[in-house]
Ligand binder design. Structure first.
Ligand code: GLP
Length: 265
């Protein structure tokens, strides 16, 4: 893993946007496939990508995108649907074709069939070139809660009380938070060719420490990313505060920047 400890959200947004720009440049000819995440963590990076699109000509033309997850029971147009969130916060403001931004259909009558079909659609598109991720305070990625199989595929999941409580801030009443979601699985996510995970704040410090330094375990689903060859973790000082080897990561980062070690070793 490549660990970037940044001073603030703005520096983190630059680091994440740089990974997007590099991936777009490398894969545009074949048609970039992006994996997009919702939640508040990626928003500064999306804002920076929108700025680069408007001011520097960064283009998403020809790209396709797959969202990680969607609440079961919410229609695409629902205020809190992830379908809507990604458009409002990112894709409607860049030159990606709206029809090429896909997410699981939360309002389907058959969520299990929708999950399997969604997983297939990702493979049929040739897989994801770059997946951006946030992390839940309990170590979930997408909606893979603790106890998720490390080999899991897109499926219907029940949300933990902690996740429901964490996400209640987006809803008028805590009872309105859906209790199930359609989520890409840990196995599905790990098939992305490149992954960048971003987190800020003390509330994520334990999950980040487990992700980077903990034993691989379904108790902390994000630890499954240790099995992936190209993961960049962008965290601020607060989210990095429980990393035992933070000094080593800073040192390695300086060596990478100087070109004297290769990232992702
Ligand atoms: C939700 C999403 C995750 C996201 C997590 C953290 O549970 N399904 O993809 O990483 O929230 O959200 P935030 O970035 O707002 O803390």
């Amino acid at each position: 893993m490549e660990i970037h400890i940044v001073t603030d959200a703005a520096e983190g947004a630059q680091a994440v946007a740089d990974v997007f720009a590099r991936t777009l440049q490398e894969t545009a000819e074949a048609g970039t496939v992006l994996g997009l995440a919702t939640g508040s963590s990626p928003v500064p990076a999306y804002t920076e990508l929108i700025r680069r699109h408007r001011e520097e000509g960064l283009s998403f033309a020809g790209a396709r995108a797959f969202l990680l997850d969607e609440y079961v029971g919410l229609s695409a147009g629902h205020e809190q649907s992830y379908h809507r969130f990604i458009r409002e916060n990112f894709t409607a403001h860049v030159d990606i074709d709206d029809a090429a931004v896909l997410s699981p259909d939360g309002s389907t009558a058959d969520p299990a069939a929708e999950a399997a079909a969604y997983d297939r659609r990702i493979s049929e598109a040739g897989g994801v070139d770059l997946q951006i991720l946030g992390i839940g305070s309990n170590g979930h990625i997408a909606f893979n809660e603790p106890s998720s199989s490390l080999a899991s595929r897109t499926r219907v999941v029940g949300l933990t009380r902690r996740t429901i409580a964490d996400n209640a801030r987006f809803f008028e009443n805590p009872e309105d938070v859906p209790v199930r979601a359609l989520s890409q699985g840990l196995g599905t996510i790990r098939e992305a060719r490149r992954i960048v995970l971003t987190a800020t704040g003390e509330g994520k410090a334990e999950a980040v420490a487990q992700l980077v330094e903990g034993p691989i375990s379904a108790r902390w689903p994000a630890t499954s990313l240790q099995l992936h060859p190209e993961v960049t973790v962008v965290v601020d000082e607060a989210a990095a505060s429980r990393l035992e080897l933070a000094d080593y990561y800073r040192h390695t980062r300086r060596l990478e920047q100087a070109g004297s070690v290769t990232p992702h070793s």
